[in-house]
Write a protein that binds this ligand. Sequence first.
Ligand code: PLP
Length: 349
Amino acid sequence: MNAPAFWADFRSDTVTRPTPQMLAAMNAAPVGDDVLGDDPTVQLLEAKTAERFGMDAGLFCPSGTMTNQIAINVHTRPGDELICSPLAHVYNYEGGGVAFNSGVQIRVAGDAYGRVSPEDIRGALQPQDNVHAAPTRLVVLENTSNKGGGTCLGLAAIRAAGAVARENQLAFHLDGARLWNALVHDRESPEDYGSLFDSISLCFSKGLGAPVGSVLVGNRDFIQQARRIRKRFGGGMRQAGYLAAAALYALDHHVERLSDDHRRASQIESFLKQLPWVTECKPVATNIVIFRLADGCDARQLQSHLAAQGIGISAMDARWLRAVTHYDVEDRAVDALCAGLGSFSPNRA
Ligand SMILES: Cc1ncc(COP(=O)(O)O)c(C=O)c1O
């Protein structure tokens, strides 16, 4: 089946096409063979990303799923347990990779917005001296939380969670697929994140608009181990500098503009709040709007109503929908989405 051609595509921030300037940067990139260790553009991207977070080194990978899965593999051993939010991407959307790739089981803890408090972590910890329990080895946080509605966790809460991880000798990994959005929204410093986590996964193919690619950052020893696991997972890429050039362009030009996406998402939230058939909208902080329809309404009916006007949004289940802003949806697309929502009249079952 061909993908529907939406002129206003709010399904995800992953749908962006590279801009002409980004394509020009890709075209001009000097490249080598990154598996042999001599692609200068990949090396520049890895070094620049690590430096921004005050960490030793980075590793360029094809996807955020791979950077998360590699980090989990390095931090754990088969039979271990990790703690994450019940909404976490590593738990819901990575194809069972935690179990398949690393033989690790997951214990979930946290609220409906993707936040995991120190008490949540303490409550989920397995006693290390109990032979019946799988030893807890790792805490994974996600900032912003995708399924939580683009929630920013906030440095204070992360610091408190990190302290519990440290007290219990647990590794601390951040799925920062959209950390850029949190940094811009909360005006936080990347170095603070680098000082709190053992590893951070950063995506360039979400709000930053690169076609492909994520970088895992950590200390030198961690990244050396991660490089071996990347090869094992089949993620070594050859003339990857062309892709790294897109990520470098995004790093230099597409971070600050995320505030435009946040403004547009909050405009959509305000509109949704006026609609009688929308019963809940998760508080919007960044670029993700998640909302619920009244009982009896059908998310797929709304999706089809909008699709008929060339507007794409995602149905998460029978009642919940998600709209995501990004650089390919400008003000007129937001106006069209609001008009499309305003012209919908649900056939209540
Ligand atoms: C929070 C989060 N983590 C990880 C990923 C995985 O990224 P990728 O699609 O590049 O594998 C996503 C994808 O949307 C995500 O939202």
